[in-house]
Design a binder for this molecule. Structure first.
Ligand code: UN1
Length: 495
């Protein structure tokens, strides 16, 4: 069963209408497994970005004045449409992004989950009521929308990550200008179509396409964009934060990871093995939560390594639509070359390549690279420090928990982390001492659920969290309100 989208050209979605961009340029949306063309998209320029920002502000008044429970009704309807179209969207996503069908179903499910969760916020949107220093005075906080927000999303979760950002931003009453990754614009477009079908007023969301360097930058620089929400690389995140500082724009960043799994000598090795294979090679290693460092106790290292090699060599590469496939392609040629170059870097640094390492063709013309394991990796090697974003995992040997935690923390990132141990004290030390936004006990580094905060420390972000109870905070301003009904001037700190 092959579903190929009808090859067609999409233009920009501004003010509730499909409209041509001001450039003559287009780019192609390619299936990374087969290199079939799925669609083409018009490239926006600064004028188009400005039109989109104006349209979002024009729609903002009506939308922000719509009561939050009514805004939420749009999201509830969108969740139902996502559910009805889950299979169709998953199949299309596998074609556009490459990951296997069970995972693209999970991606759509995550979008459904956050849509329902954010819709529920429509009837919470909780502020605080509190006491006052003064008599006959009432104090509270209320949440207000920020205004028009620029949303820039990556390709690895083509519908879940856009939904993580859009749904809370919308229920909070903001206007949006969105630029999806150029590798996966089709799935974001489908999400926006669903929101429109669910009754979102025209102009509340505007969709523009094109490279980050021009279109993303125009969004970041537009003076009427009040906040930028970005998920992507550390380098781009740093640049965005620097630019946003110029106009004091709010910015929330979800950047890279170099996520460790610690395997202690008392671990259930069967469980740890499943966790490493899933964390390192699921989504072809292209998750910011992917397990890229396995910090394994020397007492179990040999046994674990032998078993991991056997499991890894048995993984079947192929088209994600084929139910026999375990690991799909990587997203594009540039990523393929980057992963290849890291494999070379690992060799040059003196790590031992245990298995994998080759670009191959499993009977398809797309971007395939073997699941790869390095051992004898030192913590300060580049392959143990830099985000590769591909199916490459490094085994680092340690002799105890102190060393394991030290190695786990010895990177610039701090997104996800995991420990396999049967000892409750080791588990709690990991919870307390690993520098990361997420710690799993006896479970892999991937698989965050939408009702918990998602994000990281150090180079992984700028302190914001997405999803969970933080989802609304990312997209609202807090106003403190003082109501003095004493009928006289009362002076805080003085009277
Ligand atoms: C990402 O890789 O950018 O926890 C997000 C997970 C998924 C989200 C990953 N729920 O792996």
């Amino acid at each position: 069963m092959q579903y190929i989208a009808v090859m067609r050209e999409y233009n920009l979605f501004i003010g509730g209408a499909w409209t041509n961009s001001s450039t003559d340029e287009t780019f192609e949306d390619i299936n990374p497994a087969t290199l079939d063309k799925l669609a083409s998209f018009q490239v926006a320029n600064r004028d188009d970005v400005a039109r989109a920002v104006d349209a979002a502000w024009a729609a903002f008044k009506l939308w922000s004045e719509t009561p939050a429970p009514k805004r939420a009704m749009v999201l509830f309807r969108a969740a139902r449409l996502l559910e009805e179209r889950k299979e169709e969207l998953a199949v299309l996503m596998t074609q556009e992004m490459g990951k296997v069908l069970s995972e693209t179903r999970g991606d759509v499910q995550e979008a459904i989950d956050i849509t329902l969760y954010a819709a529920g916020e429509g009837r919470r949107m909780l502020g605080e009521t509190t006491t006052s220093e003064l008599k006959d005075k009432f104090c509270m906080t209320v949440l207000q929308p920020i205004g028009v927000i620029g949303v820039i999303t990556p390709w690895n979760f083509p519908i879940a990550i856009p939904a993580w950002k859009l749904m809370p931003a919308l229920v909070a009453g903001n206007g949006i200008v969105m630029k999806p990754a150029s590798d996966t614009p089709l799935l974001t477009l489908k999400l926006v179509e669903i929101l429109m079908e669910a009754g979102l007023p025209p102009g509340v969301i505007n969709l523009i396409f094109g490279p980050g360097e021009t279109v993303g930058a125009a969004l970041v620089h537009h003076p009427d964009i009040r906040a930028i929400s970005f998920t992507g690389s550390l380098a781009t995140g740093k640049w965005i934060m620097g630019e946003c500082a110029q106009d004091m724009k709010r910015v929330s960043l979800e950047l890279g990871g170099k996520n460790p799994i610690i395997i202690m000598d008392d671990a259930d090795l069967d469980l740890a093995l499943e966790g490493v294979v899933w964390g390192a090679f699921g989504t072809t290693g292209q998750r910011c939560t992917a397990a890229s460092r396995v910090i394994v106790h020397e007492a179990v290292k040999d046994e674990f390594t032998t078993r991991l090699m056997a499991r890894t060599q048995a993984l079947r590469l192929g088209n994600g639509l084929d139910p026999k496939t375990d690991v799909g392609p990587v997203i594009n040629e540039r990523q393929l070359r980057k992963i290849e170059s890291y494999i070379q870097i690992g060799r040059n640094e003196g790590a031992t390549l245990l298995t994998g390492g080759n670009v191959i063709s499993p009977g398809l013309s797309g971007y395939f690279i073997q699941p790869t394991i390095f051992t004898a990796v030192e913590s300060d090697m580049r392959i143990a420090q830099e985000e590769i974003f591909g199916p490459v995992v490094s085994l680092i040997s340690i002799s105890g928990l102190d060393e394991a935690i030290e190695v786990a923390n010895a990177t610039r990132y701090g997104l996800s982390s995991s420990i396999y141990t049967r000892d409750i004290a080791s588990a709690f030390r990991a919870i307390n001492e690993i520098e990361a936004g997420i710690t799993y006990i006896n479970s892999s580094t991937i698989g965050a659920e939408v009702h918990l905060s998602f994000g990281g420390v150090k180079g992984t972000g700028n302190g914001f969290r997405e999803a969970g109870t933080d989802a609304i905070k990312e997209f609202t301003e807090v106003k403190a309100v003082y109501i003095d009904y004493s009928g006289k001037l009362q002076k805080a700190q003085i009277d």
